[in-house]
Design a protein around this ligand. Sequence first.
Ligand SMILES: Nc1ncnc2c1ncn2[C@@H]1O[C@H](COP(=O)(O)OP(=O)(O)OP(=O)(O)O)[C@@H](O)[C@H]1O
Ligand SMILES: [Mg+2]
Length: 500
Amino acid sequence: MQSEYILEMEDIKKSFVSNKVLDGVSIAIKPGEVRALMGENGAGKSTLMKILGGIYHADTGLIKINGEPVVINTVDDARRYGISFIHQEISNVPSMNLAENFFLGREPKKKNHLVDTKKMHEETRKALDVLGIRLETTRLIQGLSIAQQQMLEIARAINENARIIIMDEPTASLANDEVSDLFNQIRRLKEKNVAILYISHRLEETFQICDTVTVLRDGQFIGTKNTAETNDKELISMMVGREFKDMYGNERAVGGDVVMEVEHLSSAYVKDVTFTLRKGEILGLSGLVGAGRTETALAIFGIDKVTSGTIKMNGKLVKIKCPEDAIRAGIALVPEDRKSQGLFLCHSIATNLTFQVLREFIYRLHVDRKKEKEIVETYKTKLSIRMASIDQLAQELSGGNQQKVVISKWLANKPQVIIMDEPTRGIDVGAKAEIYKLMSDLTKEGVSIIMISSELPEIINHSSRIAVMSEGRLVKILDPAQDKISQEIVMSYAVEGGTE
Ligand SMILES: Nc1ncnc2c1ncn2[C@@H]1O[C@H](COP(=O)(O)OP(=O)(O)OP(=O)(O)O)[C@@H](O)[C@H]1O
Ligand SMILES: [Mg+2]
C-alpha cells in the first residue's frame, strides 16, 4: 500500500559514547511538506538529519521511504533514496573549480571511463542558470562567499533530482534578498512535491516558509505543530522548556573616550573607511551582504592588506601588518566563518579556548592544565556550552556550541577592542540572550565592541551607534542621541548608499 508519507523516522536513538543525543525521536513527512526542525544548540537536530543523510548510524530505530523500510548506511545510499543534504557547515573543497565540486563523487564519464569534463561544465552551467547564479564554472571555490557556496549546494540538490532535501540552517549567512530567492526555490520544490526538512533558529522564517514544525529538546521529541496553529511564544517555551522573557534587553551601552580611530582605511575591498570607537560602546556595523563589513574587519585585523589609511589605538598610531600585530594592539576578531577561521576542529575544546592565552601560562614548556581547565570552566558556565568534557574535539560540538567556543577563545584574551562578525549566527534563542548579556557585561568592563550583523533588530537594539556600509564605503553613522533610528532608516542607507 502506498504510504501518505514520503519519509518516516521512527523511534530513532543515538548515543556518542555515553552521551545520549537522540532519545527515541519520530517524525513523518508528506511529499511537498516543508517541515521545520527547531530546538536549542545541541538539541540533536543536525544529528537526526545526519542519520537520515547516511553520515551517522542510529543505534536503534527505523527509516521508511514511501512506506518501505530502508537501510541507509552511507551518503551514497541516502542519495539513491533521493535524499540530499545541504550542510550547516559548508564543506566544499576550496581548490576545486565549481564544476568539479558540483559533480564531486558522481562525475559523468565518457565511454573510455575518463571524466567527461565538457559535460560536467555544461551541466553545471545549466544547473546554475536555473537559480540565476552567474558565476563561471571554471572559478575556484576558494574566494566564494558562504552564501554563494550554499546556493551552489542547493543547485546540486535540485540537479540530483532530490525528493527529500535537508537544509541545515540555510539562511544563516544569506542577505535578505538571497533569503527571498531561496524561499522562492523552496516554493518551487514544494510544487514538485519535494519534501524539505528545514533547520533554523529563526522563528520568523519558520512561520514564513514551513507548513509544520517539530521541536526537539535534549534529544527528546517535544512535539509537532502546524505553523498556522502555533506562535512564537509556544514554540520558544517548547524549545527551552520554560516561559521565556524578553530577549532584547533595553539597555544601550554609552561610549566614553575614543579608544580606536580608523581613518581613510582602504584595501582591495573597502574604500576610505573612517570611524571612531569609544570605550565601552557597541558600534553596530550594518549593511547588505557584500557591503564590505567583514572586509573592514579583515583590514583592521591585518588579514587583508591595507593600501592606505591609518589606525590609532588610544591616540597612538599602530602598524598592523598581520593578525599578531592586531592582537598585540589589543584587538580581537570573532570571525564569520568559524570552520575555516575560528576553530582548530581537530583539537580539543580546551586547546581551542585557551589558544590565545597559551603564552601566559606556558611555564617551562608545560601547559598549565589547571589554569587551562579554569578558563574553560568559566566560559562553559558563562555561555552554557554543551560538551561531554573539555577534552572533546571541537568538531564534535553542535554548530551553535562551536560558535560559543570561538567567542570564548577571544574573551579569554581580554582584548580592548573586540570585533564580532555575525556573533549570534546559528545561536539558539536562549543562548542569544546570554551572548547579549555577555556583550553588555564586557562594555561595562570597558571593552569596546564592533558588532557586524545582518539582523536589523540585533543592530538596532544593541548598538550604541550604528555605522552603515554600502558598496565598500561607510556611508553613515547613526547616533541615537541625535538621529531617529528604525529598520527602514538603516536599510535606506544600506541600499541607497546614503544618496538621500
Ligand atoms: N561526532 C560526535 N561525537 C560526539 N558527540 C557529538 C558528535 N556529533 C554531535 N555530538 C553531540 O550531539 C549533541 C547534539 O548535536 P547536534 O549537532 O545534533 O545539535 P543541533 O541541535 O544541531 O545544535 P545546533 O543548533 O547548535 O546546530 C551535542 O551535544 C553534540 O556535542
Ligand atoms: Mg546543528
